[in-house]
Design a protein around this ligand. Sequence first.
Ligand code: C2E
Ligand code: CA
Ligand code: CA
Ligand code: CA
Length: 281
Amino acid sequence: FHAKTMDLPYCRYHEALNNFYLRRIALVEGLEYAIRTSALRTYLQPQLNIQTGQLVGAEVLLRWQDPDFGWVSPAEFIPLAEERGLICRITQYVIRNVLQQLQIWREEGLEMCGRVGINISIRDLEQPQFVEELLEQVATSGCHPKQLELEITETAFMRDPEVALATLTKLHEAGFSLAIDDFGIGHSVLNYLKQIQADVLKIDISFTRELLTSAADKAIIQTIIATANIFGMKTLAEGVESAEQAQELRRLGCDYAQGYWYGEPQPIADFEANWLRDGRA
Ligand code: C2E
Ligand code: CA
Ligand code: CA
Ligand code: CA
């Protein structure tokens, strides 16, 4: 054996690993510097009403040109910032910039019709003072919460749904518009629907339960049915307990149902007697 031939792939592996970590360490340093020196640029991407072509808002997207690394994509530095505890400072940076810009436009008599969308991290929502401080900043700048749309990714709800929901509720009550970003790609099973060859989508009992009383639950059921249709799947509603629920589900185009209205879980012998012998089905 020649030691060298054995070492070579091993060395390469380490070098790549080192480079990866070295790059990250240098990027974090550069990012901190960029925040301090206001070197991050806030870009706006217009959002239009697809029917009328009218501007309805704009999303703020950060751009960063580092002196050493050149342009670094937010897809790289945002996750890094979240990991290394820099994201809240970045969010603050963006908020300050946006409020300043809205103030400038107002003073110049330029009307920004529509909202400005800001990407918010779960780390921001976990700051106990986030809502209060944001409200204060907005008020100080002479802006209104309804001018801002806060974009939160679906995955933000996964880590600590209670904290996220509580904070989002406060924000919404304060007048901010909320957007769920990246809907259906996070931990959501929607992403797998195209891969899983499932035949049936089961509508959870919690949605069926409130079908007749909650417009939101009805909308979710309609969405599930529409989704199932697109993927060529059937739908089955769980927990159907009344004729009214069954009728509404039929009206919505649901294929199947199970629940107390049709039959409780029963011993095999009973099932046989009730469903296989006397032909009640
Ligand atoms: P992007 O500008 O490269 O930003 C990538 C992601 O970085 C964003 O995805 C967002 O999660 C994060 N990000 C950017 N700025 C901020 C920020 O200020 N704060 C925080 N917390 N995160 C930030 P997102 O939100 O899904 O944004 C849409 C992405 O899609 C943007 O990428 C945008 O430039 C890009 N995009 C817009 N239109 C098109 C298009 O027609 N085609 C393609 N391929 N991409 C598009
Ligand atoms: Ca976004
Ligand atoms: Ca998105
Ligand atoms: Ca269930």
